[in-house]
Each structure stands twice: as structure tokens, then as C-alpha cells.
Design a binder for this molecule. Sequence first.
Ligand code: TYD
Length: 207
Amino acid sequence: MNNQGFITFEGGEGSGKTTLIQAIACHYEQQGRQVVATREPGGIDIAEQIREIILNRSNTAMDGRTEALLYAAARRQHWIERIKPALIRGELVLCDRFIDSSLAYQGYARGLGVDEVYNINQFATEGVLPSLTIWLDLDPEIGLARIADNQQREVNRLDLENLEFHQRIRQGYQLLAERYPDRIYRIHADQPVEQLIQIAIARIDQK
Ligand code: TYD
């Protein structure tokens, strides 16, 4: 399975992934590439239904492993229905969150174990990793303040976690960046969006 066109975007809450992905998708479409811009959890109908369960604020009793398995289940369906076929067609896939979110949030921040969570995800994605992961690194205090200012954004179950949890997520990403130095590319997210777009495109073009 050729993962060359598979690029994921990671980061804590409010790090600006969505805006960045839209701009990058536009850039490559203008160059005549076929681009699939998608997100996790979700991206296709069955996975969007699983997303509703995971992020529902009333599901306060959800166990950490249940949460990790649901993310992996949503990922499996998204992978098989959307990402894998697009990669086989040679398209560029830009995915807002993927396996590293599970490793940082469930594996590291929730304390389930990065290797344990990696294993269930390997089952879901047949061991395929993105060829490049852009990590938008931002101080969680800034990220959380940004999403608090954004009235249109729904507040989900994970947003309700405290600052310490979000700091652990950042540490989790740091650890992953050390584990996968060739794959994960860190960008400081606290800079003008135009600059972020340029840096990300320059890195993608280098591949
Ligand atoms: P979303 O509203 O899409 O957040 P964002 O705009 O920050 O991407 O909600 C997704 C939430 O799910 C977010 O808090 C991160 C979390 N998440 C995990 O904990 N594990 C995962 O594997 C994925 C894909 C997301």
C-alpha cells in the first residue's frame, strides 16, 4: 500500500488545523491534483455516527478503553471506505487527525499506554501510517482561549477536560515527534495563518 499521498494534521484544541487544511487543499487543487480533505472521528456516515456517541457530552460514564476502541472503530470504517480507495487512485489525502490523536489523547493523556493504543489501531488500519504528519503545536492555554472565543464551535466531551489534560496531550505529541522524527513535522501554531500555510506547503513539497 503506497502511503505517499497520505498526509495528516494533528494538534491540540484550537490549533487551527481546519483552516490550514482548507487552504492546502485549495492550493493543490489549483495545481490540478485530486484532493480528499477529510476528518476524524468521522469523514463518512458510519464513522460520523460513532463520533456522535464518543463526543456526546452526556456520555460521562464512558470508559477510557471504550473511547479508544470507538475511535479505532470509526477509523477502520473511514480507512476502508474513504482513505484507502483514494490512495489507491493516487489522490492526495489530507486528514484532520488520525492515529496520532489516539496515541496522544487515549494512549498518553488518558494513560492507556501508547503501545496498547497503537496495537488496536494497527488492526484498524492494517499497519499503514501517514507519509507525513503536520503537528500544529500550541500552548493549550492559547488554544483553549481561541475555542472559547469561537461561539460557533460545539463544545464536546473532550473540551470539558481540564487544562492539565490538554497539557498532557501536548506532551504526548512531543513524545510521538521524538518517536517518529521523519514522519512528524512540528510547526509552531502561534503565528499568522498565511505563514503556517507557506511552511506546511513547503514541507509537503519536499516529500
Ligand atoms: P473535534 O470537534 O473534531 O475537534 P478538533 O476540531 O480539535 O479536531 O473533536 C474531536 C475530538 O476527539 C478532539 O477533542 C480530539 C479527540 N480525538 C481523540 O481523543 N482521539 C482520536 O483518535 C481522535 C481522532 C480524536
